[in-house]
Design a protein around this ligand. Sequence first.
Ligand code: ATP
Length: 230
Amino acid sequence: MLKIQNLHQFYGGSHILRDVNLKAEKGKITVLLGRNGVGKTTLLKSLMGLVPIRSGRIEWQGADISRRAPYDRARSGMGYVPQGREIFSRLSVEDNLRMGLAYKPGGARIPGELFELFPVLKTMLHRRGGDLSGGQQQQLAIARALAPKPQILILDEPTEGIQPSIIKDIGRVIRMLANRGDMAILLCEQYYDFAEELADHYVVMERGEVIASGPGHEMQSQGVRQLVAI
Ligand SMILES: Nc1ncnc2c1ncn2[C@@H]1O[C@H](COP(=O)(O)OP(=O)(O)OP(=O)(O)O)[C@@H](O)[C@H]1O
């Protein structure tokens, strides 16, 4: 389980994350919502060690990882799909997938299961990442994060700029991964309907603070759509 307690983060003198508390449990999808600029990406980067935190605790599988390096967090089973996908455009699909395994001891193989989840990647294995559509790149970014078999998958706005049919496919994969019961999923999302459909738990942020949270089935009754409407 991932447990964030009393997290504070600053960019220079700007206080971005303010006393954030959040949990993501195995077998569940926790959805993080909030308008542009409230600090969602900063929170996910803090979890992965890509930006330093000022204070608070990030606990993963019972250990305090707040000061660990990003590669160490990845190695401990944290998978991250960054906003904007960050595909290596000049590398092939296959080599992009291998990058997900880069920290594994030599010879780690790309799990065949990734091609069952995202069949399009198999047909495009030798194409350059940059030649894929936005939706295919997003599927590649998710597959790359899944390649080392993480115990948590952290996704930053996977639906951003993607066509509806691929959004559906991605939603199905996320639900299936959670239903297997051995992976926690933390999904940061602006697309409300997608978030509501998938959420076991929801967390809403505003100006760096958590202002609402609860079970996913209460999102409608609690007016979460209005909280994140632009
Ligand atoms: N590297 C940085 N240096 C200084 N300020 C930053 C930096 N990155 C983000 N910020 C600021 O921190 C705040 C939170 O940004 P963040 O990207 O975390 O928000 P967000 O909720 O993820 O928004 P979006 O949905 O647009 O990605 C914003 O005010 C942003 O301008």
